[in-house]
Design a protein around this ligand. Structure first.
Ligand code: DAV
Length: 416
């Protein structure tokens, strides 16, 4: 490959000269040090309408090659005590990658023992600089957590827009799998939401500095008014801000999902009812540790992230119980190193079926609650995965759950 000098604009739109290796890597070069995708044997059928029907086929993420991403407008990391002071970036420590992979592999093995097909994505060189005509980003991120990137609604796999430049190309890790499913399942629909430009117009300038300096009540006011990081210039959403309840999809407005994203989803899924929801928390980032359905008629909510009274009324009117999740075992002070998720990953569970749920094994209060609610609980160690972006739900994408599209909310109520 020939190194080539190119003049590009950096994120402040200043001209900088960078050296690139222009060329194409062969498949063997790409996979010399990284695992390839793993695709299980079986007849592929994409079908999943909700978060709880019996699970038959799933993707489990991988920690290989994950990086603390280079700074970008959307996200700044600052972990001086763990070797990543603000502005720095680079590969996650290898012992953490190994520990996370061990727990991910263990989850995959348990799922397989329970008769679930498990596929794994193909990591890329996430430390590489990526660019589009609009920007240059000094690193990618990883292929954990898959839940953020792909949304499965019925027989459709939809690639989310994403809103971090470091995650713009992440869908490529799943392409070998999706291409395989597309070849095998004649009924599968393969869609990609419009690739976002992610220029400076997509973000409010200086958002993080200002937001970080505000007292909590002012931050919460901004959350309630959805006056957050993203502008409405273009549709943006992460798939993990969407919770699937059959005909009803609940989409959280967050630091990674904007109203325009919800509008796009409404147009794209005209046969669904798509509800825009906001919870009272100052760092909204994915709905799956906040509002967690476990079976028809039962949703677990996060007591520190209050749902609106209208949302709770809507659920009650449709005979759903809204139960508060148990207190997590961890707190802000004893999260794993380099973890950008909260202790509420305790709520981030994966349902094997409407009676059986995977729970992180140290979350004893949560397990107790679930026993009382009549569930079989499968405890799995998973906190080593958290620094890579999530818990059991984040780390998976269900491709096949038995059952079809159902309406669990026949009664209308207020805005819902
Ligand atoms: O509450 O820390 C977890 C979900 C990440 N996909 C949280 C967000």
């Amino acid at each position: 490959m020939q190194p080539v000098n190119r003049t590009v604009m950096d994120s402040r739109m200043e001209a900088v000269t960078m050296t690139y290796d222009i060329g194409t890597l062969s498949t063997s070069q790409l996979t010399q040090t990284q695992p390839r995708e793993t695709i299980s044997k079986g007849v592929t059928k994409i079908n999943s309408w909700n978060e709880w029907d019996p699970l038959k086929h799933v993707i489990v993420g991988r920690a290989d090659g994950a990086v603390v991403q280079a700074p970008e407008i959307a996200v700044q990391r600052d972990w001086p005590e763990h070797g990543f002071p603000r502005g720095s970036y680079g590969p996650m420590p290898q012992h953490m990658v190994d520990a996370a992979n061990e727990q991910l592999d263990n989850l995959a093995a348990i799922l397989q023992k329970r008769g679930v097909r498990v596929d794994r994505p193909a990591p890329l060189d996430f430390s590489q600089t990526v660019m589009t005509p609009d920007w240059v980003q000094e690193s990618m991120f990883g292929c954990m957590p898959p839940r953020d990137v792909l949304l499965v609604i019925g027989n459709e796999i939809l690639e989310a827009t994403m809103s971090f430049r470091s995650r713009w190309f992440e869908y490529l890790c799943y392409r070998p799998l999706v291409e395989h499913y597309f070849a095998e399942d004649r009924d599968m629909k393969w869609e990609a939401a419009p690739k976002p430009r992610l220029t400076e117009r997509s973000y409010k300038p200086g958002f993080w500095e200002e937001y970080g300096s505000l007292p909590i009540d002012e931050r919460l006011n901004k959350v309630r008014q959805n006056d957050l990081l993203l502008t409405e210039t273009e549709p943006l959403f992460d798939a993990a801000d969407i919770s699937r309840f059959g005909k009803d999809l609940f989409v959280q407005l967050s630091m990674v999902t904007n109203r325009s994203g919800v509008k796009w989803l409404r147009k794209h899924f005209p046969d669904h009812r798509i509800h825009e929801v906001i919870f009272d928390e100052d760092g909204p980032f994915h709905i799956d540790a906040t509002w967690v359905p476990l079976r028809p008629g039962l949703v677990l909510h996060n007591g520190e992230r209050t749902a609106s009274p209208e949302l709770i009324k809507f659920f009650h009117k449709n005979d759903w119980d809204v139960i508060e999740g148990a207190q997590p075992t961890r707190n802000k002070e004893n999260l794993p190193a380099l973890c950008f998720c909260s202790q509420w990953l305790s709520m981030n569970m994966l349902s094997l079926d409407p009676n059986t749920v995977f729970v992180e094994q140290s979350e004893t209060a949560q397990m107790e609650l679930l026993y009382h609610l009549g569930f079989e609980v499968i405890p799995v160690p998973f906190w080593d995965v958290a620094p890579f972006g999530g818990g059991l739900h984040c780390s998976t994408i269900d491709l096949l759950r038995e059952g079809g599209l159902e309406d669990y909310f026949p009664a209308r109520c207020g805005i819902f």
